[in-house]
Ligand binder design. Structure first.
Ligand code: PLZ
Length: 461
């Protein structure tokens, strides 16, 4: 038995429980991280390999609304949502209620052994809610990587083709195939090869960095990608084009308008399965239920995870019935995919998005955030670009007057935000993007306060 103290009880001003009952305030009672978190971090260092990194070494005991409460009793403003997961909030009331009931009823049967209704209901709702009114099927998995990997399996099986096209700055996971699909070497791929075969990377329409300017970006990037696919692979050999409608880890890159529709149209014309990886963008975050709705793109297959289940591990592949039904009986699955607790959580999340108007709420968060970020860009020449939609926004930091990435200043701003009790995340191929992913349950006053902390941190570097 461990003799370590119970970390579940915060030593200072213990809130009764998580969720929205937590005081919605930033409250710093120690330095960040405090002594208790530092002690726990030393234990983490001794028990967990350094390969599992830490953005901010505060150990959380409670979370809800727009705050994370740590083991020292500090209350931090959350602009991370556990990387775009707790979109409906942490310990969201409907999620807690449904999961609580389910955990007492039964915890697992394996859907492939003896099924249960909640899995089917989640799939029915995904089939209704995802873009396109064609006949659809869905199946459930545990992580975003698993969803993307399974989308590729389905596309290969259904088309009888092997090649997979992905894009510069893309991120799709850490398994062998999805690590291969991912663009960035450090930290995701370095020395983990050899990678999976038949993966081809094409230029992404990244407006801020397009050599001939943002206005030419969509058409030129699409023309280059299509030409390279035709010449280097042959369209008839391509099973799938896999793309994030807004690139997440790569730096919240919104493809120049027109690029996604052009690639989707090329896929359609050539019998290629167009796969939208909405793992980070999905479920109201961008001010649409799914980000590809912004340009009316209807993917053949859509991968979701993260925000789908309010923090419980769940992922889904949804797509055209004829593609998903092409796979032979028992060709897809996994022990835990669509675990009953996660399915109940997902149903609660979907209810919450509807009942609480969270698509609208994400838009409103964007309306508050983006003007303030643009004002920062006006004041501070290190802010080279402001982008994103809804509650998925970012700034890109550069040497003034250039597009040269400044990762050092980005890291320093993040550290200063953390020290002030604001959880922000970095991103980007060049490590020079600060991204903002507040839970949609954050109250306006915390959103504004967080943005003020960011402003001070930028002013102070
Ligand atoms: N596709 C678009 O954003 C996960 C990665 C965190 P999993 N992004 C966060 C990290 O450093 O491991 C992600 C994503 C997109 C796929 C994934 C993978 O989802 O649930 O992490 O497997």
């Amino acid at each position: 038995m461990s003799t370590e103290p119970d970390t579940h009880q915060p030593p200072v001003a213990p809130p009764a429980h998580g969720g929205p009952t937590l005081a919605q305030e930033r409250r710093l009672v120690t330095e960040i991280p405090g002594p208790r978190s530092r002690e726990l971090f030393a234990r983490k260092r001794a028990a967990v390999p350094q390969g599992i990194g830490t953005t901010l070494p505060v150990f959380v005991t409670h979370a809800g609304g727009g705050v994370l409460v740590d083991a020292d009793g500090n209350s931090l403003i959350d602009f991370g949502s556990g990387i775009a997961v707790t979109t409906v909030g942490n310990a969201a009331p409907r999620v807690v209620e449904r999961v609580r009931k389910q955990v007492a009823d039964f915890t697992h049967t394996c859907f492939m052994v003896t099924p249960y209704e909640s899995y089917v209901r989640v799939c029915e709702r995904l089939n209704e809610l995802t873009p396109g009114d064609h006949e659809k099927r869905s199946f459930l998995l545990n992580s975003g990587a698993e969803a993307v990997e399974n989308a590729v399996k389905v596309a290969r099986h259904a088309t009888g083709r092997q090649a997979v096209v992905v894009f510069d700055h893309g991120y799709h996971g850490r398994t062998l195939l999805t690590m291969t699909l991912t663009a960035k070497n450090m930290p995701y791929k370095h020395r983990f090869g050899p990678y999976a075969p038949e993966v081809y990377r094409m230029p992404m329409a990244y407006p801020f960095r397009w050599p001939t300017g943002p206005e030419n970006c969509a058409a030129e990037a699409a023309a280059q990608a299509i030409d390279a696919i035709d010449k280097q692979i042959g369209a008839g050999n391509v099973a799938a084009i896999v793309v994030e409608p807004i690139q997440g880890e790569g730096g919240f890159i919104e493809p120049a308008r027109g690029f996604l529709p052009a690639m989707a149209e090329y896929a359609r014309a050539n019998g290629i399965v167009f796969v939208a990886d909405e793992v980070q963008t999905g479920f109201a975050r961008t001010g649409h239920l799914f980000a590809c709705e912004d340009e009316g793109v209807v993917p053949d297959v859509i991968c979701t995870a993260k925000g789908i289940a309010g923090g419980l591990p769940l992922a889904a592949v949804t797509g055209r019935a004829e593609l998903l039904d092409a796979v032979h009986v028992s060709g897809l699955g996994g022990t835990y995919g669509g675990n009953p607790l996660a399915c109940e959580a997902a149903l609660a999340v979907l209810d919450t998005i509807e009942a609480d108007g969270l698509v609208e709420r994400a838009r409103r968060i964007g309306e508050i955030t983006l003007p303030r970020l643009r004002a920062l860009a006006g004041r501070f020449p290190i802010v080279g670009d402001v982008r994103g939609r809804g509650a998925m926004t970012a700034i890109e930091l550069v040497a003034p007057g250039t597009t040269d990435p400044d990762a050092a200043v980005t890291g320093e701003i993040a550290r200063r935000c953390h020290a002030e009790g604001l959880v922000v995340l970095t991103a980007g191929t060049y490590g020079n993007v600060l991204r903002f992913l507040p839970p949609l349950s954050i109250p306006d006053h915390l959103l504004e306060e967080g943005l003020s902390i960011l402003e001070k941190a930028i002013a102070s570097v």
